[in-house]
Design a protein around this ligand. Structure first.
Ligand SMILES: Nc1ncnc2c1ncn2[C@@H]1O[C@H](COP(=O)(O)OP(=O)(O)O)[C@@H](O)[C@H]1O
Ligand SMILES: [Mg+2]
Length: 391
């Protein structure tokens, strides 16, 4: 039997991770309030949220580096709360890569294997294979200071690659890379993940990275998970204004409105607008007649009238003065301002010529795609529909 088999417990085959009601207090500070989620075998779950919301603390509790104040963490059918980090079979990749400056690239990658007394040939084969996968096999004799940031990052990924871990954890591993390298590094991380096919938790504050990498995404704020789901769940059916605003770039436009009954239907009035509520949302809207709401409109749901996939009428039009046109790969992003001085953003799949600058233009709002939030709590008024969809 190898040392590894003794030191590293086997978890049941469908090793899924269960996190139940986990909390972390540092003195008075409630860093993680109440977090629960499951990760299926082979699933990549992204924890995304603003700085300080408790992502790193959650990851450190999974790794065993931080004891939980309350709740339970299970690997397979085994509760690991009391299990030491080194005995949890975890591979971690950090923002600063945590590679040893005095060791060569080869020895850095081999480190975990050596400490488990793997045979020399096994170490050499595994290190070589990982280094080839991440295109650093020509750098194996170098020291970390002789590497670029991207290469160092690939050393950290190679080191995770040679491990046979039950759970892979990443804490903002791409933050120190410039935009171009980051794109390649995302692909490298997906390569590693597909190769291992193990439960993985990836922490980032960057929603576009979350959307690119996650099988599912958990949006965190103030020590709690606000919503967990696929990228399209979060984008199309956010449970709150916070999630709607956090996911998607440019961010969703928000307008203060009031719901009014109108015959059998409903209208939204406010921000210089009077818009008919789409039939799919009439029931939800009519439950909130007389209340202040926030209407969310994604930039791509605003259309130049002649290009709109629906009829543009007075009851779905928003007027704006064009203040900036930014060309993009697929068209342009247009910044506008309403007569009342509210800024909003539209994205088009066509280029708008600069002659539109300072001009007022009408835009059709796809009212079937808007979101309605309680102005006080931020909760989605369409949550009934959301529950029905995810069931
Ligand atoms: N060791 C600690 N002692 C006291 N407070 C901490 C400690 N670690 C983290 N915190 C606090 O807990 C909150 C969550 O931190 P963290 O998990 O690092 O957030 P994130 O990774 O999402 O930026 C922050 O307010 C942070 O200041
Ligand atoms: Mg952090």
């Amino acid at each position: 039997m190898t040392t590894e088999a003794i030191a590293e417990p086997r978890y049941s085959s469908e090793t899924a991770i269960k996190v139940r009601g986990v909390q972390k207090r540092f003195g008075d500070k409630h860093a993680v309030e109440d977090v629960s989620f499951d990760i299926a075998d082979g699933e990549l779950l992204v924890l995304v949220g603003p700085s300080g919301c408790g992502k790193t603390t959650t990851l450190r509790m999974l790794a065993g580096l931080e004891p939980v104040s309350d709740g339970q963490i299970q690997f397979g059918d085994r509760v690991v709360n009391e299990i030491r980090p080194r005995d949890r079979r975890i591979a971690m990749v950090f923002q600063d890569y945590a590679i040893f400056p005095h060791l060569t690239v080869f020895e850095n990658i081999a480190y975990g294997l050596r400490s488990r007394r793997e045979a020399r040939k096994v170490v050499k084969d595994k290190v070589t294979e990982a280094a080839q996968t991440f295109r650093i096999d020509h750098l194996l004799t170098r020291k970390p200071r002789q590497l670029s940031g991207g290469e160092r990052q690939r050393v950290a990924l190679s080191r995770a690659m040679v491990r046979d871990a039950a759970l892979y954890l990443y804490d903002e591993p791409l933050s120190n890379l410039d935009a171009q390298l980051r794109h390649q590094a995302r692909e490298d991380i997906l390569t590693l993940h597909k190769n291992k096919h193990r439960p993985t938790v990836y922490v980032t504050h960057d929603q576009s990275e979350a959307m690119a990498l996650g099988d599912r995404i958990a949006v965190m704020a103030d020590g709690r998970i606000q919503q967990i789901g696929t990228g399209s769940d979060l984008y199309e059916r956010p449970v709150s204004e916070f999630v709607a605003f956090f996911i998607g770039t440019p961010s969703i436009n928000l307008f203060d409105m009031e719901i009014q009954a109108d015959g059998d239907g409903a209208v939204m009035v406010g921000s210089g607008l009077r818009l008919r509520v789409h039939p799919s949302m009439t029931a939800a809207a009519r439950a909130h007649v007389g209340q202040r709401v926030r209407m969310g409109v994604r930039p791509e749901d605003l259309h130049v009238p002649r290009m709109a996939p629906f009829e543009v009428t007075e009851e779905n039009t928003l007027h704006g003065i064009v203040t900036l046109i930014e060309p993009t790969a697929s068209g342009c992003t247009v910044y506008l301002s309403t007569a009342e001085g509210q800024d909003f953003v539209a994205t088009f799949t066509v280029r708008l010529p600069n002659s539109y600058l300072d001009q007022e233009i009408p835009l059709g709002i796809d009212l079937s795609k808007v979101h309605l939030f309680d102005a006080d709590t931020g909760a989605s008024l369409l949550k009934g529909d959301i529950d029905a969809v995810s069931r």
